[in-house]
Design a protein around this ligand. Structure first.
Ligand code: MN
Length: 318
């Protein structure tokens, strides 16, 4: 998916900080591709919370019957993680990949120095409901080779009757086959037909985000409503999660990301000048990003740069 939000709003409800250490960050509705496009709920980045571990972007789309048709666009310095909850997405990229991803399957694309891809919904009877995430790549890896993987089988574990799919990284000793550059976790938790409280063992060197996908969830007794993200700092080795029958929750985590990130449009970089260079190379049709012959000349042009120098996003957290 592409960040088509060319005029990000800074308006946002203040984060609620209860006593328990869990802080609730409401997402915001963002139209993709203009007023007639799709609307998504953006949960990362937020002012004051640019990252959770290396996770630097999270949009939830749908459920919607409107097609998601994202034409070729570039990326740098990140991995994209496409995790459909319902519906199917066809992915094509400049490595020649052309695959359809379905619920329970993972598309993970490593941009490295540069890649371009398209994502188009496949007409199905099921509405499109999708989590789109980015992982920031660390220095030493972020300018590496482009890469794409699809995984149709992902490991599961059961925690007190809750089915946990380890989508990316590792959780409780169970590791996803997806290539990652460092410690991270992304997991999809599904409650059975009865609601309950579970205690999930987690890495205390990670910070975590708990994101309701279907039904609300309580984290250590703090309600995290739909359309928001519950953040927990490092130092926790058990997450106490309470949810109702059939609830579904996304868990993200990793060691706090300490490198300055300059994020603009679909580029994750370290400086204004890197973004300017990437934008210019996309506009010039450079081999840095490559081409997708199936789309001919169709592509998403880069929006104009803002009139100010882009700066790293800062954390408003201890
Ligand atoms: Mn994309």
């Amino acid at each position: 998916m592409s960040d088509l939000d060319v005029a990000p709003q800074e308006l946002r409800a203040p984060a609620v900080r209860p006593a328990a250490g869990v802080r609730v960050w409401p997402g915001r509705d963002v139209p993709l591709g203009g007023v007639r496009g799709l609307e998504v709920t953006r949960l990362l980045p937020q002012r004051g919370l640019p990252t959770v571990g290396p996770w630097c972007f999270l949009d939830l789309m749908g459920p919607t019957d409107r097609p998601a048709d994202i034409l070729p666009h570039p990326h740098t310095g990140l991995q994209t993680v496409t995790w459909p909850l319902s519906g199917q997405i066809r992915h094509r990229d400049t490595l020649g990949s052309d695959v359809v991803v379905r619920p329970g399957e993972l598309d993970i694309m490593t941009a490295g120095h540069g890649i371009a891809h398209s994502e188009m919904s496949v007409p199905t009877t099921a509405p499109t409901h999708l989590a789109q995430l980015w992982i920031a790549l660390p220095d030493g890896v972020r300018d590496g080779a482009r890469r794409f993987e699809q995984h149709r089988e992902l490991p599961h574990l059961a925690v007190d009757g809750v089915d946990v799919t380890v989508v990316v990284g590792a959780l409780a000793g169970v590791r996803s086959p997806a290539w990652v550059a460092g410690p991270v976790v992304g997991a999809d938790l599904r409650w059975p037909a009865t609601g309950r409280t579970v205690e999930l063992p987690v890495d205390p060197t990670h910070e975590h985000a708990v994101v309701p996908l279907s039904g609300p969830v309580e984290v250590d007794g703090v309600p995290v409503p739909g359309g928001s993200l519950g953040h927990l700092p490092t130092g926790t080795s058990r997450l106490r999660l309470t949810a109702g029958p059939g609830a579904r929750v996304l868990l993200l985590g990793g060691p706090p990301f300490r490198e300055d990130l300059v994020m603009w449009w679909n580029f994750v970089a370290r400086s204004h000048d890197e973004v300017v260079a990437a934008r210019a190379e996309w506009e010039a049709g450079s081999e840095r990003f490559g081409h997708i012959p199936a789309h001919g000349a169709l592509r998403i042009p880069a929006p104009p740069l803002p009139g100010v120098r882009l700066r790293p996003r800062r954390r408003d957290l201890p």
